[in-house]
Every structure is written in structure tokens, then in C-alpha cells.
Write a protein that binds this ligand. Structure first.
Ligand code: NA7
Length: 533
């Protein structure tokens, strides 16, 4: 068994910055263990055609180093998967991090030893390690959700999940393709499959709101402006609730005339991007305000789609706008105007089973060569719970979280000393431009470990009271919004059969969260307990 001061699970954005911080700032002997054959996390796995980030490129990167920021240029408004992967490799190379990463090893077990106060870790390749600090950087959207549909094992064609896309790519040319799922991923993917498939059949269970991305190649002048404004950009994206470079309007959607409101929505629609949801302050808190945007989007989509039956299905919204993560698209609605694309409403005609040759619904039998699952993830807790994690007094994480995750600040779990979670449940994570949440968490964890090392402290652990208090703060805050109108979303665990329905991320924005953390540190890490032997 090899000893490290710290072990980090995962080599995506979180693992990369955490390794740099612990190894280069605190001089701790640190190892990253990664299940993929290389670094990148989400951007290593999600190689499906059309995979692109919804955050604008210059905001979806690290900001901790001016030099790293300024020496990189993003070619498009939103970055493609392969470019983000190239960027992460650039950062890792610049900081010489790869030598401290172990790939192709999935952590399958992590048990806390109460005598030694160390974590004992085992991987699927039978490698064992022990460490003082264990940090989860497993990501919120990494445990693929492959729906349990009867008969998948009988299917004679090929099937894929978007989050585990083959590195060799998939050839759709002249193929009959089924795509199940129309979340962010499915909406990016469908226009790409439709370009070459003989036929694309899109299976929709719930409609999704989607705003035009308006992606574009950026020119040198724009690139220079980004580089010249490092500090301003950093300050801005660290100060907005979502970690994006847009502010929410201070105006109510109900305080303007119908005409003015339409103009504002139209401008937002033409501009494209996630900023659309910030056009009025009460879109996510007032149902009447929300209805104005729903009606606008319906009109836009109906005007785009030639098949009016399809238009009805994709706009049959059964939850308010932005109560799930809004998606961005490039020609998604236009794709339904192609002759080789059909829409199947499986909320009415339920999938019965997968057969040798395709998919049977209650009313129809369809034949396919390829089935693509764009069915999302066991989000936020799935990856962590796939590890056999045991804390003090033999508490299993799966047992402790049976009725929903319990953490303090999304950073620590009661009964799991010296174990930290980056973007764990209870963090602002997926409700923000995620790298901004990651930078905050990594810096908090690094400062905390530095404090422990300086003061010869052995363990840090949160307690039940603090985590219950944190849960109550989250519940109260989310209940003041319209988000509970969509409990079937993955934010509530509603997409996974049998998963406890609990709202998982912290919903009140990054600056408020950061202030919480700072106050806690000033009060000598209130809510955490340290031991020194
Ligand atoms: P999402 O957003 O979870 O979307 C998954 C889609 O798959 C959604 O349309 C689901 O319908 C559908 N789905 C899931 N399970 C089934 C079953 N069993 N049958 C039919 N349809 C199903 O995942 P994405 O990968 O698109 O995006 C995840 C995040 O990645 C995204 O928010 C960004 O943060 C990046 P449902 O709506 O549940 O009825």
C-alpha cells in the first residue's frame, strides 16, 4: 500500500486544480486517480457529435492564473468538446501535473481507518493506497443513466450512451437511428445525427425549453479584448449568482408593457445564450412572469417548425421555464423540418421494450440499426455512490444518503473525516458556470488543509447538526423559487428510479455561498470539528 498525503479521485477541471493547489502550493505528496485512460473528466467522456459547452468559452476556464488565461485563445463563442480537452491538456502540461495522475484505475473502495486516521483506497486494478486527505473530484454528471428498458441485451444493432461515447466515433451514414432523450445533450446531438443518418427517430418523454446558442467563430479583435480584460472578466464571473458573465435584470416581467416585454425577449433570443433566463428578475420566482417567457418560446418554436403536430409535442411544456437547466441549441427545432427526422412522443406512446431489431412502443414497432441513449446521468451523487465508501463507525455513504445526500456546504459529509467533495451535493455546482464553483471549492479545501497542516491537526469532520442545517437552508431557498414545480428533474434525483427525491444543489448563487464559507472560516471553521491526535 502506497501512502500519499492526499488522494484526489478524478482528473477533470476539479482534480486538475486541486492537484496543483495541494502539490504546488502546500507541497503535499498528492495523487490523482482517474478511471478514464486520460485526463479531462466530462470532456474526456462526452465525445458525441455536437458536444459543446453551454457556458461562453472565456468564462468556462480557469481564472486562478493570469498567465494561463492569457496564453490561451478560444476560437468560438462556445467551445467544442475536443477544444476543451485540448485546453485542459495545455493547463496540465503547463503545470507538469500528469506525472502525478494515475489513469485507467477506477476507485472502487475507500474506507476510513479510525486507528490510523487514514483513508484506505482500492482501485479496480487492485492497486491500494492510503492517505490523510481524500478528495472527491468525480463530477456531477458522470454516472451514465442507461434506462432499464426490457430487451436491450437482445438488440442486434449497436447502442451507445452519449456520456460513454466511443473514441473512434460512430458512423450514422445510411443508418436508421433512434435517439432517446432530449436534454442538453440530445438537443445538441440530433441535428448532427440528422446530417448523415438515413432516418433519425427522436423519442421524447418530456419537452425541453431551448434557446438559440448563436455560436460563432470569434475574431482576433475579440480574442485580444478577452486577454486584455482578464481581471475584469474574473471579477465579473466571480460576482454573479450563476458564475456567468451576465447579470440578472432588476426589472419584473410584469412591470413592462406587452410590447416592451416582447422586444426584450426578442433581443435576448437573437443574442442567444443562457443570459436569456436573466432578462427579468422574476422569471424563476413568479409563475405569471414565467408564463410570459413560456408563451414567447412557444411562439418562436411554432414559427420555426413546419410540422405543427411535432411543434405541439415539443412545446407541450409541463413545467415552468428554467425550473430545469435550460438548454442551448443550434438548429434543433429546424432539424424536425428535415424529411429524414421523426418525433415520437413516448409520454403518450410508451416504450414497451427493446427488441432484436428496434424498439416497440405500446402502439408501434420501429426498426433501427443504432440506438443512442441521450438519457443523462445519475446526477450529483451517482458517481460517488458507485464507490464503496465507509466512514467512522462503519457508516456506509450509501446508507447515510439513503433518504437524500447530507453534507455541510457540499464540501464534507458527517462521519467522513478528512474527506472533501468538490461540487458535492449541497454545492452551487450545476446551477452555476461550474469551473467558478470548482475554483471556490478547491481554494476553500486548500486553505482548510493548509490550516490543518500548520496547526498539526489530525482530522476535520462536519457533524449531523451542521449538515441538517445546510439541508434546511437549501430546502427553504429552493421552495422560494418555481423549481419545485419540476420534481421529476435530475436536480431532484427524479430521473432515476428509486432515488430519494431531494433537491441537491445550493440554489442561492455563488457570491452568497462564498460569503457563507468565508464567515465560517472567520468563526474558526464553525460547523466543522478538528482533532489533534
Ligand atoms: P438530461 O438533461 O438528464 O436529459 C436526459 C433526457 O433523457 C431527458 O429528455 C429525459 O426525459 C430522457 N430520459 C431519461 N430517462 C429516460 C427513459 N427511461 N425513457 C425515455 N427518456 C428518458 O441529460 P443530458 O445529458 O441531456 O444533460 C445533462 C446535463 O449535461 C445538462 O443539464 C448540462 O448540465 C450538461 P425526461 O425529461 O426525464 O422526461
Amino acid at each position: 500500500m502506497v501512502f500519499y498525503d492526499a488522494v484526489i479521485i478524478g482528473a477533470g477541471f476539479s482534480g486538475i486544480y486541486q492537484l496543483h493547489s495541494l502539490r504546488d502550493k502546500l507541497k503535499l505528496n498528492t495523487l490523482v486517480i482517474e478511471s478514464g485512460k486520460d485526463l479531462g473528466g466530462t470532456w474526456y467522456w462526452n465525445r458525441y457529435p455536437g458536444a459543446r459547452c453551454d457556458s461562453e468559452s472565456h468564462t468556462y476556464n480557469f481564472t486562478f492564473s493570469k498567465e494561463i488565461f492569457e496564453n490561451w485563445s478560444w476560437p468560438e463563442r462556445y467551445s467544442k468538446q475536443d477544444v476543451i480537452l485540448e485546453y485542459l491538456n495545455y493547463v496540465v502540461e503547463k503545470l507538469s501535473l500528469k506525472k502525478d495522475m494515475l489513469f485507467d484505475n477506477k476507485v472502487i473502495k475507500a474506507h476510513f481507518d479510525e486507528k490510523s486516521k487514514l483513508w484506505n483506497i482500492k482501485t479496480d486494478k487492485d492497486k491500494t493506497f492510503s492517505c490523510k486527505y481524500l478528495i472527491s473530484a468525480v463530477g456531477c454528471l458522470s454516472a451514465a443513466n442507461i434506462p432499464k428498458i426490457n430487451g436491450l441485451n437482445k438488440f442486434k444493432g449497436n447502442w451507445y450512451h452519449t456520456g460513454k461515447w466511443p473514441h473512434t466515433g460512430v458512423d450514422f451514414k445510411n443508418k436508421r437511428v433512434a435517439q432517446i432523450g432530449v436534454g442538453s445533450t440530445g438537443i445538441q446531438l440530433a441535428p448532427e445525427i440528422a446530417k448523415s443518418a438515413k432516418k433519425l427517430s427522436i423519442f421524447q418523454r418530456s419537452p425541453n425549453f431551448s434557446i438559440p446558442a448563436r455560436n460563432e467563430i470569434v475574431n482576433d479583435k475579440y480574442k485580444k479584448k478577452i486577454k486584455d480584460n482578464y481581471q475584469e472578466i474574473r471579477d465579473l464571473i466571480k460576482s454573479t449568482p450563476t458564475g456567468h458573465a451576465f447579470q440578472f435584470s432588476s426589472q419584473s416581467a410584469l412591470d413592462v408593457s406587452n410590447e416592451d416585454r416582447k422586444k426584450i425577449y426578442e433581443n435576448g433570443w437573437q443574442k442567444g445564450g443562457l443570459g436569456f433566463r436573466g432578462l427579468f428578475k422574476d422569471i424563476t420566482t413568479n409563475l405569471d412572469a414565467n408564463k410570459t417567457v413560456v408563451n414567447f418560446i412557444k411562439e418562436k418554436v411554432e414559427a420555426t417548425m413546419q410540422n405543427k403536430d411535432y411543434a405541439k409535442v415539443v412545446t407541450d411544456f409541463n413545467y415552468p421555464f428554467a425550473t430545469r437547466r435550460p438548454t442551448l441549441n443550434t438548429d434543433y427545432y429546424e432539424t424536425f423540418n428535415k424529411d429524414n427526422v421523426e418525433l415520437i412522443d413516448i409520454s403518450k406512446d410508451l416504450i414497451k421494450e427493446i427488441t432484436k431489431t428496434g424498439i416497440s412502443t405500446l402502439n408501434n414497432n420501429y426498426e433501427f440499426d443504432i440506438i443512442v441513449f441521450a438519457t443523462g446521468y445519475d446526477a450529483i451523487t451517482g458517481a460517488l455512490l458507485s464507490i464503496d465508501m465507509v466512514g467512522k463507525n462503519n457508516i456506509k455513504l450509501s446508507e447515510l444518503w439513503k433518504n437524500g445526500p447530507l453534507t455541510y456546504l457540499g464540501l464534507q459529509v458527517p462521519g467522513f473525516p478528512n474527506f472533501f467533495t468538490i461540487t458535492g451535493p449541497g454545492s452551487p455546482s450545476v446551477l452555476t458556470n461550474v469551473p467558478m464553483a470548482i475554483e471556490q471549492h478547491v481554494e476553500f479545501i486548500t486553505d482548510c488543509i493548509s490550516h490543518m497542516e500548520k496547526n498539526n491537526l489530525k482530522t476535520i469532520e462536519t457533524n449531523d447538526a451542521s449538515s441538517l442545517k445546510w439541508r434546511a437552508i437549501i430546502d427553504k431557498a429552493v421552495n422560494e423559487t418555481l423549481i419545485p414545480e419540476s420534481k421529476s428533474s435530475w436536480l431532484y434525483g427524479g430521473n432515476i428510479e428509486g432515488k430519494a427525491q431531494v433537491f441537491m444543489p445550493y440554489p442561492s448563487g455563488l457570491p452568497k455561498y462564498k460569503k457563507f464559507c468565508e464567515d465560517i472560516v472567520l468563526k474558526n471553521y464553525e460547523g466543522f470539528n478538528f482533532t489533534d491526535n
